[in-house]
Design a protein around this ligand. Structure first.
Ligand code: DAH
Length: 334
């Protein structure tokens, strides 16, 4: 009996555990319910009464030794590398693909534009996508029935209730300017990002919905020079200090004078100018419609085409790529 215990002790001391598989083997052979240590247990019952104590003690010692050897080997293996949880785990199996989320290219560009304006002291504001005629057109100096409204092919939302005027899906973010001036007293210095909608034929360059960022700066003595400087800083921070840009006179009902900014788009097939924004000095009529005194305040406004800026930034040729959510494209931005 005593010999049987002693021989297990010798056996244990000679086992070599070099790998996770060895460790698991060891556990099964010696420590499991049907293992060699458990096999010794009945010996206590079989031992003569005067030897029970000593047999019990020796079995306990072997049991402790078996456990200690296991613990030491496990620690050693853990320190030298990962331990497999199960002997059946197979390190040579291919790893499951690790998918990582990322921001959409439009979100990335919006973030960049925001950070430029934050550095210039602008705050952020928001307005509804479903607008009324007053905010989308009238307050912005589009006279009723005036052809200027045709500049923007509008999605009208007909209300079939008598006396209720139609609503519009906002055609630009400029109505948020109006809401801002109605609800705050100048100085106001905010940008207003958001989605806008136009009933346009869908092509590589135009889509029925797109993103704009409106900017508004109203205070005493705001000048056109400040507007130009702001636009130039924006272009340089977005596209590098050697960016090729131009400012062209233009027309918008809500600004006077008005201008547009183009950035040179270098392509393999030759370059071209791409219009990225409209801007101008806020028209006094707009101030009046919003309850701001044009004799006291001046201001500039601007509206950026986020999609154009994203296309330029990432060399995309088709605006629709920004809305298809084709993983082959958007996963490149993760
Ligand atoms: N709202 C104009 C558009 O969608 C863009 C724009 C032009 C906004 C000039 C402005 C501005 O604030 O001053 O075409």
């Amino acid at each position: 009996m005593i010999e049987q215990i002693a021989s297990l002790k010798t056996e244990l001391e000679s086992v070599s555990i070099q790998s996770a598989a060895d460790l698991e083997n060891y556990r099964l052979t010696y420590l499991s319910k049907k293992g060699k240590v458990a096999e010794l247990m009945p010996l206590i019952g079989q031992a003569p009464v005067d030897q029970k104590r000593i047999v019990g003690q020796q079995i306990n010692e072997v049991k402790q030794l078996a456990q200690d050897l296991f613990d030491q080997a496990q620690q050693r293996l853990e320190e030298s590398g990962p331990v497999l949880k199960k002997a059946t785990d197979d390190l040579s199996l291919p790893v499951l693909p690790f998918t990582q989320g990322g921001l959409h290219p439009l979100s990335l560009v919006i973030q960049e534009i925001k950070s430029v304006f934050f550095r210039l002291g602008f705050t952020i504001a928001d307005g509804p996508e479903l607008e009324d005629d007053f905010h989308n057109f009238t307050a912005l100096n589009f006279p009723p029935e005036h052809p200027a409204r045709d500049m923007q092919d509008t999605f009208f939302i007909r209300k079939d209730e008598p006396g209720k005027p139609d609503l519009v899906m906002r055609t630009h973010t400029s109505p948020v300017q109006v809401r801002l001036m109605q609800s705050q007293t100048p100085p106001i210095r905010s940008i207003m990002p958001g989605r806008v909608y136009r009933n346009e034929s869908i092509t590589a360059k135009s889509y029925c919905l797109f993103n704009q960022i409106e900017g508004l700066y109203v205070d005493k003595h705001v000048t056109l020079a400040e507007l130009k400087e702001t636009l130039i800083v924006l272009a340089k921070m977005m596209y590098g200090s050697d960016v090729k840009y131009r400012l062209r006179p233009s027309f918008f009902p809500f600004t006077e004078p008005s201008l547009e900014m183009d950035v040179w788009w270098e392509r393999k097939s030759g370059g071209q100018w791409l219009e990225i924004l409209g801007a101008g000095m806020v028209d006094p009529n707009v101030f009046k419609a919003c309850g701001v005194d044009p004799d006291v305040y001046t201001g500039f406004a601007l509206g950026l085409g986020v999609d154009r800026m994203a296309m330029l930034r990432y060399g995309l040729n088709d605006i629709r790529d920004l809305y298809d959510n084709d993983v082959r494209l958007i996963s490149q931005f993760a």
